[in-house]
Design a protein around this ligand. Structure first.
Ligand code: 5GP
Length: 191
């Protein structure tokens, strides 16, 4: 039987660059990864596409998915809900595919406490400084000042919540961080 695919978790504060690093990892095509598309109640940002970046759903539909037990994890983040569809993750891993989750810290904690097999590898992406985190969130120009502040406050608290993760990766440079993660995934694949 084919080896079960890895479950790769990339977490860290909002604005640290999880999405950018994830895209850099995938664009290099050095490891085979399937990105798990989350469901969210947040409105799409410009250029975001339903079914590619997220499944954008109503609050009611999200609640129905909670009630039906369809999420591996879900969390509320600054006024919106985000969740990882469970069946898809299981199915892909059973087919031997490596599944990549890019999720906030609360959700990552849930996954780490639920999924106990030895083919899970978790990364905490850390910003070089709080100032950089703020710059990134502001550059996105998609949130109101209030939401920016909430995201920043949350980010500051989360900076030190690294104990549960297998690896802490410094996002000093996107390419370098991506390569570091790729080499760890490659090693883990061999195991
Ligand atoms: P954003 O609104 O910036 O796209 O996402 C807000 C936060 O939610 C980010 O830290 C992002 O990584 C995280 N996130 C995205 N999808 C999920 C998910 O399925 N579950 C959880 N727990 N967090 C998610």
């Amino acid at each position: 039987m084919a080896k079960k695919g890895l479950l790769i978790i990339l977490s860290g504060p909002s604005g640290v660059g999880k999405g950018t690093v994830r895209k850099a990892i995938m664009a290099k095509h050095k490891v085979r990864l399937t990105y798990s598309i989350s469901m969210t109640t947040r409105a799409p940002r410009a250029k975001e596409v339903n079914g590619r970046d997220y499944y954008f759903v109503s609050k009611e539909e999200f609640q129905r998915n909670i009630d039906e037990g369809n999420f591996l994890e879900w969390a509320e983040f600054v006024g919106n809900r985000y969740g990882t569809p469970k069946d898809k993750v299981d199915q892909l891993r059973n087919e031997g595919k490596n599944v990549f989750l890019e999720i906030e810290i609360n959700g990552a904690t849930q996954v780490l406490s639920k999924v106990k097999d030895d083919r899970v590898v978790s990364f905490f992406l850390k910003p070089p400084s709080i100032e950089q985190l703020e710059n990134r969130i502001r550059k996105r120009k998609s949130e109101t000042e209030e939401v920016i502040r909430e995201r920043l406050e949350k980010g500051e608290k989360e900076m030190s919540m690294t104990e549960a993760y297998d690896y802490v990766i410094l996002n000093d440079e996107i390419d370098r961080a991506a390569e570091e993660i790729i080499s760890i995934i490659k090693e883990k694949q061999k195991a």
